[in-house]
Design a protein around this ligand. Structure first.
Ligand code: GDP
Length: 335
């Protein structure tokens, strides 16, 4: 099962000034680099196309541009680059003076919108780990205000920018990427609904559908996400992957991890909560949070899970067939 194949791959562009943190984000989210190691990253000075399609369920590409790229320059083929792009992530270093970054943002967004008005524009107000709460909020307000004012002045008020406060030193960067990726998944409402049904019928409090490699959650139920729960689930994935690496049998051809169709894991916390992970396919895992008392009914949970897995597979197989509403009542749904 793949989210999309061929020319339908949603592509994410990562742009911003030099040293704003683009390479670090890419390394930390998609290549498991620890944040401290990014201190030694070489500065980017050419366009890097990082194709992570083979290891990740979420099939998209990151293009890392050097900050000073010139749109007028003929080597920058904006039709191709913006044309096939689903989301443009613009990284602004919040610890630095961001005046120049805002100019660049305006220029980039204007140019990209002309080529492709369907692009989702996402601004990462980045490196906020160094800032106090008040300053963080103030920067967000200021950047939001100035960026939208600039667009309005240019008569481009149709363009919508979304803002995220991010840092590679906590889970905010994963959370922000999750939001960005979710906007590019047309099946999101169906997945959300399936997870709601699963929760209701299995007394589960929260469930996330994770892309295991990146720890991006591609969907969750409709209850609000609390950062602590998300972090717990991320940590659980790390544990499972680490144990799989150490003790899993690695077959010759099968790169990546020993995480496979059989993987599952159960962690009981000392506050009466259970974390339960089940694989959905080679790339996706379901992670649920529930009360330990309700885990008595594990048989029911497992059986509902199997229905969910079947339904998710159908959702992605039916990708290009416009009949999503029937999925919600399909016989395979968890009841
Ligand atoms: P690029 O030129 O945009 O690719 O920027 P780099 O990824 O090379 O990052 C420049 C510097 O910013 C590096 O020293 C990183 O360690 C640092 N950096 C990146 N992200 C963060 C962050 O979230 N917080 C802090 N404090 N530093 C960061």
């Amino acid at each position: 099962v793949s989210l999309s194949t061929g020319e339908h791959k949603p592509r994410i562009l990562l742009m911003g000034l030099r040293r704003s943190g683009k390479s670090s984000i890419q390394k930390v989210v998609f290549h498991k680099m620890s944040p401290n190691e990014t201190l030694f990253l070489e500065s980017t000075n050419k366009i890097v196309k990082d194709d992570i399609n083979n290891s990740s369920f979420v099939q998209f590409q990151i293009w890392d541009f050097p900050g000073q790229i010139d749109f007028i320059d003929s080597t920058f083929d904006s039709d191709t680059i913006f044309g096939g792009c689903g989301a443009l992530v613009f990284v602004i270093d919040a610890q630095d003076d961001y005046g120049e970054a805002l100019n660049k943002l305006n220029l980039t967004v204007t140019k990209a919108y002309k080529v492709n008005p369907n692009i989702k524009f996402e601004v990462f107000i980045h490196k906020v780990d160094g800032l106090g709460d008040d300053f963080k909020m103030e920067s967000q307000r200021d950047i939001h205000q100035r960026a939208t004012d600039d667009l309005n002045d240019a008569g481009l008020d149709k363009i919508h920018l979304s803002f995220h406060l991010t840092s590679i030193y906590d889970h905010s960067i994963f959370e922000a990427f999750s939001k960005v990726v979710q906007k590019l998944i047309p099946q999101l409402p169906i997945l959300e609904n399936l997870l709601n049904i699963l929760n209701t019928n299995s007394a589960i409090e929260k469930s996330f559908l994770f892309d295991v490699v990146s720890k991006i959650y591609i969907a969750t139920d409709s209850t609000p996400v609390d950062m602590q729960s998300y972090e717990l689930c991320c940590d659980m994935i790390d544990v499972v992957i680490d144990v799989s690496w150490i003790y899993g049998i690695k077959e010759e051809q099968q790169e990546a991890t020993a995480f496979d169709e059989q993987s599952s894991s159960l962690i009981k916390l000392n506050n009466g909560t259970v974390l339960y992970l089940r694989e959905v396919n080679r790339f996706l895992a379901l992670v649920c949070i529930l009360r330990e008392d309700n885990f008595d009914r594990k048989g029911i949970i497992d059986s509902n899970f199997l229905s969910l897995r079947g339904a998710i597979q159908q959702v992605f197989e039916l990708r290009n067939k416009p009949q999503p509403s029937s999925m919600l009542t399909a016989p395979g749904s968890p009841i």
